[in-house]
Design a protein around this ligand. Sequence first.
Ligand code: UDP
Length: 516
Amino acid sequence: MSSEADDCNSNTERLHFLLVPLMAQGHMIPMIDLARLLVARGALVTFVTTPVNLARIQPIVDRAAAAALPIRFAELPFPATDVGLPDGCENCDLIPSVDLYLPFMKALSLLREPLEAYLCVPDPSWWPKPSCIISDNTQYWTADFARALEIPRLIFHGPSCFYLLCYHLIDRNRAELEAEMEAASGKPVLLPGLPQPIQIRKHEVVPVWRSNPAWFEFIEVIRMAGESADGVLINSFKELEPLYFERYHEVTGKAIWPVGPLSLYKEEFDAKATRGRASSIDQKLLFQWLDKQEDGSVVFISFGSIARNTKAQLVELGDGLEASGRPFVWAVKEASDRRVSGLDEWIAEFEEKVEGRGIVIRGWAPQTVILEHRAVGGFVTHCGWNSTLEAVAAGVVMATWPHFADQFLNEQLVVNVLKIGVAVGVEEPTAVAVEDNKEEVVKVRREQVEKALEALMAGGEEGEERRVRVRELREKARMAMEEGGSSWEGLKGVINYVKQAEKEKEKDKSKKPAVQ
Ligand code: UDP
């Protein structure tokens, strides 16, 4: 270890980070990686979780315990039924209808009291008080909690810096953009203030929550909590989106620390394969099959943890895959919750048709290790930020199929800015929750799937250029996470900031006259 790292370790001996994620796979997974990185730099971590979520990450908890890592998993009771949620609805991917998102966020804010009680229990007694809270952007209640504890609060942002900057600019110029869009009869308009020309669409300017006062209020509370934060951690790396890091820092005036790609946190295959939760497939069979495929020949299809498609849409996708003639691994998570009727039967028939050429995973896929396999050459993705970044980190080109939220802007980053992907051609968002998704909805036709796969996996000179670019980015991503790399330095910046805050607090205390 270099003297710099030694220095880092000794400096952080007593720093204690309290990590409060949003209970959603795409937010918990990178924060667990962050926890392990902080511990590797000598810090202590308390990671807030709830019973259902703890059960999902049990393999990680067990590994941490076996390695005697100083990470505590604070299992707090989740008051689902108190706010009208079904019992056990403790993760975004379990929310059955979009109307229940706000009660879900309310339930999260009720974690403060049990968390306070947890922190008071001296078990084990040598744990110091938290030095800093790192909370998901949406966990607004931690702003007040950090003030009460008199410690800094840093925000962990799920999406790309590109998205954050676009969102910031849309938010500040919404009325003008809406008027401009109206004048353009709803056609995409240019978003001013960006380093590169980016067109935005109506659903990005006029989000559905606008018409709901309760949502409006909630978004406002998050915005205010964001403004009061001491700094921002982003799961990205400078070399990927340098102009956007620079500009985002300029417009927010905040310290912005890149700390990713967090998926590159070094660990063994088995640990990576259970990232998030146990996989739904016999891994031995899956990797035996992948080992037999040619380099870069396999397409991996997965739409993250929340997006759910209708059976009609899945059939279109399956038909497109079959027609493409390419080998594939397809994670169909809709098959695991059994809410889509007739799906099991259809998958069984489909598997017969494509036997030997493709693998269907009914549920959770060991995504990062699949993407890192040498046989995988293309990824059909919903453009969730983690999935996008994991593809970059693995050097795999993408066919972009956004469903909602930040995914449409992430698509623009991939296709138009980084030029490492092709758009499947989705125009409008899909309903977020499964019960709001009507049976007949089909956003992408089989011919579009076939065409996108041809462009992605072959694509002539342009296709080759995309592959070269993504491989260059993979190398830069790795270097960013190596000691002395930009994201390694980013985390060091976080640690030093908190250390400095502790020192100043100590100084202030010593200046105060002793109470007689
Ligand atoms: N993931 C996985 N297996 C799956 C589905 C998702 O390992 O079958 C992981 C994926 O690697 C990523 C996260 O879950 O780390 C999903 O986050 P992302 O931001 O891509 O999408 P979201 O689920 O938030 O829509």
